[in-house]
Design a protein around this ligand. Structure first.
Ligand SMILES: *[C@@H]1O[C@H](CO)[C@@H](O)[C@H](O)[C@H]1NC(C)=O
Ligand SMILES: *[C@@H]1O[C@H](CO)[C@@H](O)[C@H](O)[C@H]1NC(C)=O
Ligand SMILES: *[C@@H]1O[C@H](CO)[C@@H](O)[C@H](O)[C@H]1NC(C)=O
Ligand SMILES: *[C@@H]1O[C@H](CO)[C@@H](O)[C@H](O)[C@H]1NC(C)=O
Ligand SMILES: *[C@@H]1O[C@H](CO)[C@@H](O)[C@H](O)[C@H]1NC(C)=O
Ligand SMILES: *[C@@H]1O[C@H](CO)[C@@H](O)[C@H](O)[C@H]1NC(C)=O
Ligand SMILES: *[C@@H]1O[C@H](CO)[C@@H](O)[C@H](O)[C@H]1NC(C)=O
Ligand SMILES: *[C@@H]1O[C@H](CO)[C@@H](O)[C@H](O)[C@H]1NC(C)=O
Length: 493
């Protein structure tokens, strides 16, 4: 090929791509958003640096694909974004902290992300013990604001999980033994429906919808604001944070102790079974938090000190500093860094009604085998949330769309793929086998899963129970007949 012809081809190529980029900028969705958002809102398109930071997710697995981001600043912008998406038949997803997992996200492509990062406010009315927050506030924002005024509320262990997002799935977490699920503290929400009307939803106002919001809340519209009951913090806002690390051969004694012990309401245990580089072996780490005076807490966790251990650390610390101190993290502030991609991760979970000691030990050996045999899986772990349940189990199953109040704990597996190409088939499907192992001995009629620990490959009844599905389907048909809010755990209709 002569160099002249080559240059001509190059020029032609660049003309074609220039024409394509002109076509791309004439995106009717962008035009609509640009002319309808308030002066505080913004439109971002792929290639813009902010577009990347607005769309990055905690896990890159099954990430949704967006063409445009609408940064909304107020209720008007939320309405305008839904309206533009409908007018251009563009599927859309509301996002805030973007910590959620769901296989089905991968099916959402070429979509509009309605980014609600502006709604991070946490407004506390201390005398009336209430708090109002928007969709972007993470647990850490909420606990920091409440700590400053001597209050608290149940929150989960991960500081970067969204408060409102967790609430809409029910919200298991520390302090649940005293106050119930996070959703049990929800008093009301302002909800924008898919048709963009705004409803006040509470026990008194639209009670059936309030029932559905607490467990399947992503299905009915966008929560503009959520108002909660908050509580006077015990022990001047301090908790006992007790960390323990054990060799794998102590797991039997641990599960036996859990089986035999009664959990006092202020106590919550979280565990992590995973590979320790220091020990060059899989170990069991336990974090026990007691929401009360130090002496009471030390008595409540003494049973954990009787099991042969590698190390321990017990300190009475401010409630809102637990995330960076739990699991021997010694105040490491990097734990509070939100909005990052933490790699390719998948989460699966099982809610269990009873502990079968042999089965729990068997599962920890399955994990040990996986991380030793397949070094690229070495960052994977099994976590168990074993918080007291007095105030959770105290309400009937039909109190909320979330059905698994009888569960005494939840296992969840954080499967981390150290390379992009390993599939579950390559690793003998151990991630699913670990779930099956626990599910088979959980004392439930079929797999029960807390939505926040769900991968999305479970049947719908595993999330909401067979009994709740018809009632939820009715709500879905009534409030979201066109299925616009169906890209995260849609209710089957
Ligand atoms: C609309 O586009 C103009 C020109 O590109 C830009 O200056 C303006 O900020 C955009 N408006 C919004 C809401 O993004
Ligand atoms: C909320 O938490 C995020 C993540 O840690 C942080 O970047 C942000 O500054 C916090 N906002 C407020 C108001 O505390
Ligand atoms: C949420 O409530 C706050 C007051 O707590 C208010 O300033 C804000 O405008 C509300 N946000 C939306 C999106 O309605
Ligand atoms: C348990 O494992 C640890 C660490 O591998 C070892 O030092 C200890 O002897 C083992 N204990 C028993 C009872 O086998
Ligand atoms: C870690 O343990 C494995 C066997 O389990 C051994 O082959 C390896 O040499 C050990 N590594 C170190 C740094 O001790
Ligand atoms: C125990 O934990 C506290 C709080 O994280 C930390 O300040 C302290 O250094 C730890 N002590 C030891 C011996 O690791
Ligand atoms: C259980 O519910 C009853 C009545 O609703 C209440 O009085 C009691 O304090 C609750 N107990 C716990 C542990 O939440
Ligand atoms: C998977 O990717 C890694 C690097 O990320 C590479 O070393 C390995 O050969 C790949 N394996 C297969 C089976 O393609």
């Amino acid at each position: 090929m002569s160099s002249l012809v080559f240059l001509a081809l190059l020029a032609l190529g660049s003309t074609v791509s220039h024409a394509a980029s002109i076509l791309q900028t004439r995106d009717t969705l962008v035009d609509c958003l640009n002319s309808s958002l308030s002066s505080h809102g913004s439109v971002r398109v792929s290639g813009d640096a902010v577009f990347t930071s607005d769309t990055i997710r905690f896990s890159s697995a099954f990430a949704p694909g967006f063409r445009v981001v609408a940064e909304v600043a107020n209720e008007h912008d939320v309405r305008a974004s839904i309206t533009c998406a409908k007018r251009t038949s563009t599927p859309f997803l509301f996002t805030g902290p973007r910590h959620g997992f769901y296989e089905g996200f991968g099916k959402l492509q070429n979509a509009l992300e309605i980014y609600t990062g502006a709604f991070w406010h946490v407004d506390i009315d201390a005398p009336s013990n209430t708090m109002t927050t928007g969709g972007a506030a993470v647990f850490k924002n909420v606990s920091g604001a409440l700590q400053a005024v001597g209050k608290n509320i149940p929150v989960g262990g991960g500081p970067c999980v969204g408060m409102v997002g967790a609430t809409l799935g029910a919200g298991i977490g520390r302090l649940q033994g005293l106050y119930g699920l996070i959703a049990d503290s929800l008093l009301s929400v302002r909800l924008m429906l898919p048709d963009t009307t705004v409803l006040e939803v509470s026990k008194k106002s639209n009670p059936e919808l309030f029932w559905g919001l607490r467990g399947a809340g992503f299905n009915f519209g966008y929560v503009l604001n959520a108002t909660y009951r908050v509580y006077d913090a015990p022990a001047h806002g301090t908790n006992l944070n007790a960390d323990f690390e054990y060799p794998l051969n102590s797991t039997r004694a641990f599960y036996q102790a859990l089986h035999d012990n009664k959990m006092p309401a202020p106590l919550c245990l979280s565990t992590s079974v995973g590979f320790s580089a220091v020990q060059n072996a899989t170990t069991l780490r336990i974090n026990a938090v007691y929401a009360g005076p130090e002496a009471e807490g030390r008595k409540a966790v003494a049973f954990l000190q009787r099991i042969p251990l590698i190390r321990q650390n017990l300190t009475q610390i401010p409630w809102n500093t637990i995330p960076e101190n739990s699991f021997f993290s010694l105040g490491n502030q990097r734990i509070n860094t939100c909005g990052i991609n933490a790699g390719k991760r998948v989460v699966r979970g099982v809610a269990f009604n009873k502990i079968d000691v042999n089965t729990h030990v068997k599962m920890t050996h399955q994990l040990d085998y996986m991380v030793n045999t397949y070094p690229q899986m070495r960052a994977s772990s099994n976590a168990m949330y074993f918080c007291a349940t007095q105030a959770v189990a105290n309400k009937s199953k039909d109190e909320t769309a979330y059905p698994w109040r009888q569960a005494i704990g939840h296992h969840t597996w954080g499967i981390v793929y150290g390379d992009a190409n390993t599939t579950d088939a390559d690793i003998e499907n151990i991630p699913k086998k670990m779930r099956d192992t626990i599910a088979a001995s959980a004392g439930t009629a079929y797999l029960n899963t807390y939505i926040g620990f769900s991968d999305g490959d479970e049947p719908a009844k595993s999330i909401w129970s067979a009994e709740h599905l018809p009632r939820l389907a009715k709500l879905k048909k009534r409030y979201d007949p066109d299925g616009l809010f169906s890209h995260y755990h849609p209710i089957p209709v």
